[in-house]
Design a protein around this ligand. Structure first.
Ligand code: URA
Length: 248
């Protein structure tokens, strides 16, 4: 019979408990385990900190996030908005953070800005379930204020894991926050859009956020800028570019 070495047994128990704690289960004896070292039969020795295994599916990641209380946005949110769409999507859209409608429904981009995004996706000859849509922040900032740096730092690792699971061929970063977070840049969106950038080997096309288009409806040029960015995306995906008629 294979006998487990006490140290690896301890590591397995600790990893298992950490996983449970990550999924929101309280009252686990993790602290006691860490204090005693959990292995009184051996002298203390420096160890690499153990990370819980990274989830391999979106469902697994969602479970790991659990009833997230990692930042203050948990106090004011109604629903955590994880993301929606195809687990193997070739194209992922990343927005900023849920708004009021998204917070209420627990789904990304379902409000007015969401309708603009849906029309854009359909103008590209695609349907929402064929792509994946998510945000940098999974919870709504009160009164739709801008995300705070510490909230981005706390939440963006989940975005990274979503992208690592989906492995899309192209990412569209919608607006300043998604672009600056993914590309670790401080450049304004107007300077970044219109050309591909690189996120761990995946091309990223920054473009204007649908809310920006809504706030500047009179400026049709912004809309055509977004469309020309999407034409580049379609070309990169080797998808046909639907004829888009200019409205007067
Ligand atoms: N704006 C965003 O950035 N994300 C949403 O989900 C909705 C509006």
């Amino acid at each position: 019979m294979n006998r487990l070495h006490p140290q690896s047994m301890y590591a397995s128990v600790r990893e298992y408990l950490q996983g449970l704690e990550e999924s929101g289960i309280d009252g686990l004896p993790l602290e006691e385990l860490q204090q005693t070292g959990g292995r009184p039969w051996e002298p203390e020795q420096p160890q690499e900190p153990l990370q819980p295994a990274a989830p391999r599916s979106l469902d697994g990641l969602r479970q790991m996030i659990g009833d997230c209380q990692r930042c203050d946005l948990a106090q004011s949110r109604t629903n955590l908005v994880f993301g929606a769409g195809h687990e193997r999507a070739r194209l992922v859209f990343v927005g900023e953070a849920p708004g009021a409608d998204e917070d209420r429904q627990g789904q990304p981009f379902v409000g007015e800005a969401g309708q603009v995004l849906t029309r854009l996706i359909e103008a590209m000859g695609l349907k929402r379930p064929q792509v994946y849509i998510c945000n940098v922040l999974k919870c709504r900032p009160p009164a739709n204020r801008n995300p705070h740096k510490d909230e981005i730092n706390t939440c963006s690792p989940f975005l990274v894991q979503q992208l690592q699971i989906i492995k899309p061929e192209v990412i569209v970063a919608l607006g300043t926050f998604a672009t600056q977070t993914l590309l670790e840049s401080k450049e304004p969106i107007s300077r970044m859009r219109g050309q591909f950038h690189n996120w761990h080997g995946i091309p990223v096309m920054p473009t204007f956020h649908p809310s920006f288009l809504l706030r500047n409806k009179e400026n049709k040029q912004h809309y055509w800028d977004v469309w020309s960015d999407m034409e580049q995306v379609l070309r990169r995906l080797k998808l046909p570019i639907p004829e888009k008629k200019k409205r007067a």
